[in-house]
Design a protein around this ligand. Structure first.
Ligand code: NAD
Length: 458
């Protein structure tokens, strides 16, 4: 395996070294092909996502297929502008001269995806990888095998085979892949494996992007619009059965608000998924039985709101479940939940909620539901997180001009829009000087007089 992977990566690098990825025309053509790949195989994608994750077609369209199409279109439209060298101001000491920032491709990039959005988490970064003019090894998650196989089958059919390859497999294959020298590793997944990725990358001084998760908190204030809040929270938590990196992990609210909020969320869950979500076409499944078992473990001894906690391990089903005031040292409150369990924790008010969040790891997202302008300002001033949304959940992720990525344990490196292009580019500094004789002030021998002049001009 070692020899096979290293020879594959060598071939990609040699191909890259020919300069084939430099013309914008090649990049645009690959982006066009990426779009064709998803649109022409939409049905196969829907089937694979249904098989691996029980993903409803509407979710497969909005958060997988159409998202990749939008990314391909976006970079197609902007790649020329992004790739253009940018002129910057040249200081007096560099005159006459010209300074530019010239983006250049990195070379060979590894993209490792997670299972919760098995297509999008490989193909969206691929759009940015292409726009920046790189070759890539794509490594889909082995936990969603139907999607992984589909990508392995389609990528060579649609994309430049000398520039993009898929390597399938689990820990064994990934370990060998990570031992190879590449120019960037883009990893989406959990923090434990991220440490393995970073340690492997350190051997070759390979830069990494780590798109991780964590516990994204929500504070619901008494001033919020209860119906809108409950609806957005129910959607944000129970879409994809809660398996979303930016899903609200837990809610903080006051004693006065708690029961009203629980009732309102329950109403919204019923409106979206009916009285038995197991029968609903709109409610997804957990990726595998061991993740169901993990989630059920969180519920042991928990104060579950009636109606929650139903499950069917064989069918990988866990019902939307609200838990009231869990112990803060329980696994439920120590680990990222990544499933349809929503703890609600009582706090004294806004200040207490801010303190609660600040005492913990910096999250990937932090949400505030409040009409209070002062609270809105303080939330963005005082909470550090990858992203934030006031009065909604992860809708920021649809805005290409907003960077997407974590801070601290929730990740490093930002994606989307220009941030994605620059992630996979080296922003090279270039200075060009004119051949005009220089004033002697710059050169030795140094004198007191020269120092006086240097102090005046610099
Ligand atoms: P996963 O199990 O699919 O693992 C991700 C990748 O790591 C896969 O390609 C897998 O093959 C590889 N891998 C697993 N174990 C490995 C090992 N020991 N050595 C080398 N490689 C290994 O996915 P996961 O980690 O369970 O994904 C869920 C996590 O991903 C959650 O924490 C979630 O928040 C996060 N996530 C983040 C984003 C984001 O954009 N920030 C998006 C989706 C998911």
């Amino acid at each position: 395996m070692e020899k096979e992977y290293s020879s594959k990566i060598d071939s990609l690098r040699q191909y890259h070294n020919t300069g084939v990825t430099l013309p914008i025309a090649w990049r645009k053509q690959q982006l066009r092909q990426l779009k064709r790949l998803v649109l022409e195989n939409e049905g196969a994608f829907f089937d694979a996502l249904a098989k691996d994750l029980g993903k409803p077609i509407v979710e497969s369209w909005t958060s997988e297929v159409s998202l990749v199409v939008k990314k391909a279109d976006y970079y197609f439209k902007h790649v020329e502008r992004f790739a253009k060298p940018r002129k910057v101001k040249t200081p007096l000491a560099g005159q006459p001269g010209k300074c530019i920032v010239k983006p250049e491709p990195l070379g060979v990039v590894v993209v490792m995806g997670a299972w919760n959005y098995p297509l999008q988490l490989i193909l969206s970064p691929l759009a940015a990888v292409i726009s920046a003019g790189n070759c890539a090894v794509l490594k889909p998650s082995e936990l969603t095998p139907t999607c992984s196989q589909l990508l392995a089958e389609l990528i060579p059919k649609y994309m430049d085979q000398q520039a993009f390859i898929v390597i399938e497999g689990g820990v064994e294959e990934t370990t060998v892949l990570l031992a190879q020298k590449v120019e960037h590793i883009f990893y989406t997944g959990n923090g434990r494996v991220a440490r393995i990725v970073m340690a492997a990358a350190a051997k070759h001084l390979t830069p990494v992007t780590l798109e991780l998760g964590g516990k994204s908190p929500v504070y619901v204030d008494e001033s919020c619009d209860l119906k809108i809040t409950a609806r957005r929270l129910a959607w944000g938590k129970f879409t994809n059965a809660g398996q979303i990196c930016v899903a609200p992990d837990y809610i903080l609210t006051t004693q006065r608000m708690r029961d009203r909020l629980v009732a309102a969320i329950k109403d919204e869950v019923r409106a979206m998924f009916g009285s038995d979500p197991k029968q609903s076409d709109s409610y997804g499944r957990i990726v595998n039985q061991s993740h169901v078992t993990r989630l059920l473990g969180y519920l042991e001894g928990a104060n579950i709101v009636p109606g929650g906690g139903q499950h069917d391990i064989k069918q990988r089903y866990v019902s939307p479940t609200i838990v009231l005031d869990p112990k803060l040292d329980s696994l439920l409150m120590q680990e990222e939940i990544f499933g349809p369990i929503l703890p609600i924790i009582t706090v004294d008010g806004f200040d207490d909620a801010v303190k609660f969040v600040r005492e913990r790891d910096k999250p990937l997202a932090a949400y505030l539901f409040s009409k209070n302008k002062q609270q809105q300002q303080r939330w963005t001033d005082e909470i550090s997180s990858g992203s934030q949304c006031i009065n909604d959940v992860f809708m920021f992720s649809i805005v290409p001009e907003l960077p997407f990525g974590g801070v601290g344990p929730s990740g490093m490196g930002q994606m989307h829009g220009r941030f994605g292009f620059e992630r996979f580019s080296h922003m090279k500094a270039v200075m060009q000087r004119a051949n005009i004789a220089d004033p002697s002030i710059r050169f030795a021998p140094y004198t007191k007089n020269k120092l006086k002049w240097l102090k005046m001009v610099s």
